[in-house]
Design a protein around this ligand. Structure first.
Ligand SMILES: [Zn+2]
Length: 176
């Protein structure tokens, strides 16, 4: 069953409807500005249901998106693994009540806009600073080199004969 554009919320919940299918990446118009390539498709599974007095829509979105690395500007594959866990509410009071357990989704006109929900979840999941694996490693290595911890140990080596325990004691003393 393909993912419908929208379904009746009341029917979906009463029948505990499940939706499983794929959507082409190029169909997510709001996502496109963040992508380096709109080829491919994403796999989507959604399930409407009710548990412990809450009405929910849960599922997963999986696949690959092509992002552009901020650092080297190369396109790279970003694996998508989004867990959807929404509480369906129909008032602002109810929205406030579920905030502590999951993201609320305000149902209007008894419509569940499935594709819009999927796109919202993807937009939220996108990395703020997209970096390819190579650049991510370089940035992380740079952060380690610049840390004061490493500088301190190089200093210790340069001093040569100094007793390592004395040096440690001195450092601990400075900290306290
Ligand atoms: Zn890069």
């Amino acid at each position: 069953m393909p993912i419908p554009q929208s379904v009746r919320a009341s029917t979906a919940v009463a029948q505990q409807q499940a939706y499983r299918g794929t959507l082409p990446v190029c169909s997510f118009e709001r996502l496109l500005p963040s992508l380096a390539d709109d080829a491919g498709e994403l796999g989507i599974e959604l399930q409407a249901g009710k548990a412990q007095g809450r009405v929910m829509l849960q599922g997963t979105i999986g696949g690959t998106l092509t992002l552009r690395c901020l650092r080297c500007e190369q396109a790279y594959a970003w694996p998508v693994d989004v867990q959807v866990d929404l509480r369906l509410v129909d008032s602002e009071e109810e929205e406030q009540a579920v905030l502590h357990e999951a993201d609320p989704y305000l149902v209007q006109d008894d419509q569940l806009l499935l594709r819009e929900i999927v796109e919202d979840e993807l937009l939220l999941a996108l990395p703020m600073l997209p970096r390819c694996e190579t650049c991510e490693n370089i940035v992380r290595a740079g952060a380690v080199e610049a840390s004061p911890e490493t500088q301190a140990s190089t200093e210790g080596d340069a001093r040569g004969k100094e007793n390592p325990f004395a040096a440690l004691k001195g450092r601990l003393g400075k900290q306290s």
